[in-house]
Structure formats: C-alpha cells, structure tokens
Design a protein around this ligand. Sequence first.
Ligand code: ATP
Ligand code: MG
Length: 387
Amino acid sequence: MHLEALLDLIKHSPITHGIAAVVEHFLKGTQALVPRLAVGACVVEGDGEAPRVAMLLPPECMPPVGRDPSRLFPGFSDEQVFELDDGLAGSTFHLAIPVGSLSAEERELGEHLQQALGSMIEHARDYHQALRKSEGLARTHGKLVQTEKLASLGQIVAGVVHELNNPLTSIIAYSDYLKKKTQKRGQGGEDVSDDLERLRRIGEAAERILKFSRDLVAYARPSTDIPGPVVLASVIEQAIVFCEHELGKNCITLHKSVEPNLPPVRGISGQLTQVFVNLFTNAAHAMHLTGGVLEIDARLASDEAVVVEVADNGVGIPEDDLKQIFEPFFTTKVDGAGTGLGLSIVRDIVTQHGGTLSADRRPERGTVFRLNLPVVAVPPSMRPPRI
Ligand SMILES: Nc1ncnc2c1ncn2[C@@H]1O[C@H](COP(=O)(O)OP(=O)(O)OP(=O)(O)O)[C@@H](O)[C@H]1O
Ligand SMILES: [Mg+2]
C-alpha cells in the first residue's frame, strides 16, 4: 500500500517545475501517507548558499521552535533526520512525531522517501541545467544565423561596389575628354572657366568614389597577406573614410592626433583597418542619440610600442558589462542590430599582432579603448625622452 503510494508520488513529481515544487510535492504526499507525522526538508542550494527549509505539520502539532536545519522539529519527542545524497550535500529530509517514537515501519518509509526525494531533486536540477544549456545553444544558433546573413550581405555589397568600377571609369574618361574639348573652345577666345571647373569637380568626385570602392573591395576580400610594416596613420585614415558616413549621420566631430613619423607596426594592414573600423563604428553607435566627439590619439608609448586611444563621449559602458564586452556574442544592441562579435574579433586580431586592447569608462562620460601595438623598429630620433 505504502509502496504504491510512493511510486505514485515519484511518478507525479513535477521535476520540470523546479526543486521547490518537487520538495513541496513530496512533503504533501508524505503527509497524506502518514498524517500523524510532521515532515520537513532542508535543501542546500548552490555553493554555500543558505539552505532553503520547507516543512509541513499536521494540524494538531505545535509549530516547531527555531529553524535550525539540523533539527527542524526540536520540540518533538522523536525526530528522524535522513541525509539526502552526495550531490545534495547538507540537505536533509525529516520525519517527526510529537509524542512517542517512530515505528520501525515509519523509519523504513522514511528511508524510501529519502532516496526517492533525493533522486527527484537531482532530476529537477539536471532538467533545469539541460534546459539552460539548450536555451543557450538556441540563442547562439540564432546569432550564428545572423552573422552568416551579415557575412553574405557583405559579399553582395562588395559585388555591387565592384560593379560601380566600370561606370565610374567611363565618367572619368568622358569628363577628361570634355575637359580637353572645353579647353580647346577656350583657346578660341570663349570664356569656359565655369565649365572647366564643373568638369573638374565631376572628375574629382568620380575618382574619389572609384578609390573608395576599390579600397572597400580590397578590405572585404579575405586576407591572405603576409605580415609586414604597416603605417598606422594610413590605416587610421582609411578606416575613417570607411566610417565617414556613419560618423556624419550621427553628427560626430572628429578630433584626430597622430604623432608625425610614427614608426610602422608589424602586421596586416587589412586586419588593422578592421580593428579601427570596429572601434569607430562602436563609438558612433554609442553617440548616435546625442552626437559627440570621437577622439583618436596615436603616439609612441615606448621604444617598442605605439599606443592608440579611441575615445568617445557616448553612453558609456556599465561597470558590469566592461568585463564582458570582449566575449563573443555579447551585445546590448537590440533587434539584430549587432552580432556582438566585433570586439571579440578585434581583440583576437590585436593579440595576433602581439598587442593588447583594453577599455575603460571615462570619468566624465563615454568610453576609451586603448590599443598597444609593437613597432617594427624605432629610430633613435623618435624615442620618447626617458624620465
Ligand atoms: N564605444 C562604446 N561605447 C559604449 N558601449 C560600447 C562601445 N563599444 C562597445 N560597446 C558595448 O560592447 C558591446 C559589444 O561590442 P561589439 O562590437 O563586440 O558588438 P556589437 O557592436 O554589439 O555588434 P557588432 O560589432 O557585431 O555589430 C556593444 O553591444 C556595446 O554594448
Ligand atoms: Mg561592434
């Protein structure tokens, strides 16, 4: 009879509802089985966390005195304490009787309940861990899908930009042709200065777009470059050109200071451009509501390294987030606006270049990213004075 009731209790354990629900279910079931007993359980959660105590008393019982988990029913004449399993260290199951002592049958029942409750709690714990993991996997999968989408979008954009080359080359060639023709007209005494100026502007604008599109296609191409000396000033300049639209759209002013004749760093220029594009884009996003100032400061830090600071006065990064921003997939941008991969890739690139990257909150407002990169060699004239 008891065995059947026990099996029933196990069968209906609400393990998908968590440990608290399982304990409550067992206590209620036990009390229904032997109403004259008081039953309780003390479950220790996590590492060293305070035990969660649950108990049920038959209506005629006095409330227990105190809440010492080792004795839930100190006022009772007989209390049997059953240790739950190893995985639930410190957790106990209690049977108590107000007067007299527990019968042998009640003690045996207690042992069965102890085992059943122990394994049900473990099942509930495992279930929730598995659930958390599978939710995490589903989130990661969603982010990977988004990343893939952005990568293919990048390829499409690179293809479209490449298609601009031919019409741009025609515009440049025809504006040149018209310029020469106009100059000839001018030689005949006609005033052509306005037309010449217009044609010069057409040619110049087309050259600018052509250069931009070529650089963009080169940037999008997978890097197969071998590391070599890279001039940081050019890399920073190129990254600014790529981000010009993003900065302009968000009303961001640029303050750039690059120490003249910085020695080259050793690396792959496409990858270093990627580093700055990411840092500038993040800064632009952080200032998109208010506008602001993007400060870029590159200087020699020592005989061996260059330091570049990229600072903004945007929303800033909360202290807790600072520890996570370099983790893959950490993002605070909503609705797929960011994949959260930018800074983790940036840090990998910087590490592969033998450098370091850190972020700090600025005292007044905003964030500063500090990038250290080893230089190829510093000529003595460039060495900072020793203090
Ligand atoms: N300059 C900054 N100011 C404020 N927060 C920043 C700044 N740079 C990064 N962050 C924070 O760090 C998070 C992670 O940045 P990361 O570049 O890795 O990913 P993302 O910008 O969210 O997405 P993605 O770069 O893939 O588009 C951002 O979501 C943002 O919360
Ligand atoms: Mg980013």
